[in-house]
Design a protein around this ligand. Structure first.
Ligand SMILES: [Zn+2]
Length: 55
């Protein structure tokens, strides 16, 4: 079932490949066109504050 107390519309982008921290959708910097089966994204990690590709 869905968690009814979650108000954020956007799901997390993924996790930082360096420190395994969940990156919220608000940290999205840029989203590229689809490459193969996966969307390519660049987002700022809230922990290491680096621009990473969420995994
Ligand atoms: Zn990180």
């Amino acid at each position: 079932m869905w968690e009814s107390n979650i108000e954020t519309a956007d799901p997390p982008l993924g996790k930082c490949p360096a420190c395994d921290v969940t990156i919220p959708a608000a940290n999205l910097v840029i989203a590229y066109d689809m490459v193969g089966d996966w969307p390519r994204m660049l987002a700022t990690c809230p922990d290491c504050e680096d621009a990473v590709n969420p995994v």
